[in-house]
Design a binder for this molecule. Structure first.
Ligand SMILES: Cc1cc2nc3c(=O)[nH]c(=O)nc-3n(C[C@H](O)[C@H](O)[C@H](O)COP(=O)(O)OP(=O)(O)OC[C@H]3O[C@@H](n4cnc5c(N)ncnc54)[C@H](O)[C@@H]3O)c2cc1C
Length: 272
């Protein structure tokens, strides 16, 4: 396979809301390798691929013909389902790759890096530890992969998903998570919106940033106890400001940042 060959095809595209896309990509003529929930793939498109009309016009110099623009994307699909990879994408209007990914139609070709990698995986937490997964926007993707790969009800530990977005319509996978919560008594799903004043139907749920759910002790109210470093591992994904704020708050509560040399209970993936 040539290194720049468009070796995959768009199998499905679901536009959840303006600027939010679920994209399924299937390999053409090769098999997806095994991967762990939390890992990411690299998608690429030639620079001459047209941009989505909602995006800003290109102000970059004309590209070298055939050069690929490549970016990393967390896998949202289950690791036991290897027909395609699902990605949850947000449109960065001024960006290089996302305006082109958003313009793709079913059947269009795309480059998919044959290596699926990353250390933001859930096997870093002991099997008995409770898991708290905190995401902004499309930072939910690796958590969907974990929940879809190993259904929460199959283990005795508690699992919580805390998701923050601007509007209720930007809370991707909400119906799936609500259903999982009904089926799995050990799963808690808490969602918050930061612009409730823009909701056409009044939003009766939580408001503010996702970190406010933690400071308001919303999970403690459901679990009946405060998660501590002794019993819980925390996974943070998405906006770097959220990751930094949460890491600071959790460190003050006795959680430690995880690294290969120094194991800890805080695991983080920043998207930019
Ligand atoms: C390990 C990893 C996993 C990732 N997984 C996902 C994912 O599942 N879904 C997803 O939508 N993105 C994900 N990203 C971000 C992705 O790699 C790209 O950075 C993003 O899609 C923007 O690419 P672009 O070429 O359109 O913008 P670029 O031309 O690269 O411009 C990016 C700039 O836009 C700004 N920006 C604003 N919002 C965002 C945002 N949401 N993401 C990135 N930059 C932003 C930042 O200032 C950034 O410097 C991931 C990044 C990493 C490192």
């Amino acid at each position: 396979m040539l290194s720049n060959e468009l070796n995959a095809v768009v199998a499905q595209r679901i536009e959840l809301a303006p600027g939010l896309l679920v994209l399924r990509v299937a390999p053409v003529g090769w098999e997806l390798p095994a991967f762990k929930p939390g890992q990411f793939a690299v998608l690429g498109l030639p620079a001459e691929t047209p941009r989505h009309p909602f995006a800003d016009p290109d102000d970059e110099p004309p590209p070298k013909p055939g050069a690929l623009i490549r970016r990393s994307y967390s896998i949202a699909s289950s690791s036991v389902e290897r027909e395609y990879l699902e990605f949850y994408l947000t449109l960065v209007r001024s960006g290089s790759l996302t305006p082109r990914l958003f313009a793709l139609e079913v059947g269009d070709r795309v480059w998919l890096g044959p290596k699926l990698t990353g250390v933001f995986t859930f096997d870093q937490a002991p099997a008995a530890a409770n898991l708290v997964m905190i995401a902004t926007g499309t930072g939910l993707a690796p958590f969907m992969s974990q929940l879809r790969s190993e259904l929460p009800g199959s283990r005795s530990r508690r699992i919580a998903v805390l998701h923050g977005a601007r509007h209720s319509w930007d809370l991707g996978y909400r119906a799936e998570l609500v259903t999982m919560q009904r089926l799995c008594p050990n799963l808690t799903y808490l969602a918050t919106v930061s612009r409730p004043d823009q909701e056409p139907v009044p939003w009766g749920g939580e408001t503010g940033y996702v970190q406010d759910l933690w400071t308001r002790r919303r999970l403690e109210a459901v679990w009946g106890c405060r998660p501590t470093a002794a019993d819980t591992h925390i996974f943070l994904c998405g906006n770097p400001d959220m990751v930094d704020t949460m890491t600071e708050m959790l460190t003050a509560e006795g959680f430690r940042e995880h690294s290969r040399s120094r194991p800890g209970e805080i695991h983080a993936e920043k998207f930019w």
